[in-house]
Design a protein around this ligand. Sequence first.
Ligand code: I3S
Length: 127
Amino acid sequence: FLLKIIFTPELEKAGLLNKTKIAEGGRKLRKNWSPSWVVLVGNSLVFFKDPKSQTPSNWKPGNSRPESSVDLRGAQLHWANELSSKKNVFKLRTVTGNEFLLQSETDSLIKEWYDTIQNVIDRLDRE
Ligand code: I3S
């Protein structure tokens, strides 16, 4: 799977963001923020739990496996600073009612992620 991601022409973006899941199938969950290695590939946002993989240059496929993956088709994206005391927070809601908050301390970085994910959602909406 990781080799597929690395060599795929559909790899749009990868990087480290803070992540918490706040709902599962519409049911609210308790927040649990943690750093997550996020990869946007094709129609999916894939999360890896690997605190050592902090930058693209030292990211090794090794033994890391995706923690979870989100289908962006029909998903909704909103800035959600009211949902957290942290800055630069957006909420991603899937058609299945799973909700995630993603956050970065770096303004430009979170803006790039927001725009890139929104572009994928828009493209899927047009298909
Ligand atoms: O929206 P909340 O409930 O104030 O979110 C905070 C809590 O989830 C807190 O966990 P505990 O209630 O288990 O201690 C987290 O540690 C905080 O990070 C959450 O707030 P922020 O504002 O960081 O999203």
